[in-house]
Design a binder for this molecule. Structure first.
Ligand SMILES: *[C@@H]1O[C@H](CO)[C@@H](O)[C@H](O)[C@H]1NC(C)=O
Ligand SMILES: *[C@@H]1O[C@H](CO)[C@@H](O)[C@H](O)[C@H]1NC(C)=O
Length: 191
């Protein structure tokens, strides 16, 4: 171990840098948005544009306020989707199959008695405020399941409804936004 003493000044420099870095990232949980978006395999540029749409910019924003912002984006997207589904139900008046599909989707997106995308995103927000980041991850996963249940059917063997409306695109946007929440909650859990 003796030779460590010779390099003592160098080592303590690195130890100091490490301590400075780790304590500052612990305190404010600042993370490079590029690092977050690199993990969204499907569409990193969509991720970057959403994060950069944060008023005041995403750069230097801490992870909690960034997560808060993305949850707000997800809720807006879900609310838009609920409105779309409601109008699709009205439009599908004489197509019972379409009507049944959209009514099922409405249950998964907005229903008073069941877990649905809207209540699960609300719960995600509540848990973020409480600092329960593991819970944020679980609640955000539930939103993904709600969306999947609408688009692909509730059971693995279900044949997805062939939907030519804008609903699948809207659902895809929600899934990509919620993916960002999942990645950020993983960072928060690790810190
Ligand atoms: C989702 O939210 C983003 C950011 O507010 C917005 O640009 C986009 O148009 C929304 N999309 C849908 C389908 O609501
Ligand atoms: C979700 O939160 C919004 C805003 O706080 C509220 O208006 C809405 O009723 C909530 N919806 C559900 C299903 O919890």
């Amino acid at each position: 171990m003796a030779h460590f003493c010779i390099r003592h000044p160098v080592i303590s420099f690195f130890v100091l840098m490490f301590l400075l870095f780790s304590t500052s990232s612990y305190a404010s949980k600042i993370v490079e948005i590029n690092d977050i978006c690199k993990q969204t395999m499907k569409n990193p540029s969509f991720c970057l544009s959403i994060l950069n749409s944060k008023p005041g910019g995403a750069k230097g924003a801490d992870l909690v306020s960034l997560s808060q912002y993305i949850i707000d984006v997800a809720r807006d997207n879900i609310t838009n989707t609920v409105n779309l589904i409601k109008s699709l139900i009205i439009e599908s008046g004489n197509d019972p199959k379409a009507k049944a599909h959209y009514e099922t989707c409405l249950v998964h997106f907005d229903d008073e008695s069941e877990s649905c995308a809207l209540s699960d995103i609300n719960y995600t927000q509540e848990l973020l405020k409480k600092g329960d980041y593991g819970g944020v991850n679980i609640a955000a996963s539930a939103v993904q399941t709600d969306v999947e249940d609408c688009i692909s059917g509730e059971s693995p063997g279900d044949t997805p409804y062939h939907d030519t409306s804008k609903l699948p695109q809207y659902a895809d946007v929600i899934k990509q936004v919620v993916d960002i929440i999942l990645i950020m909650s993983n960072y928060l859990v690790q810190n």
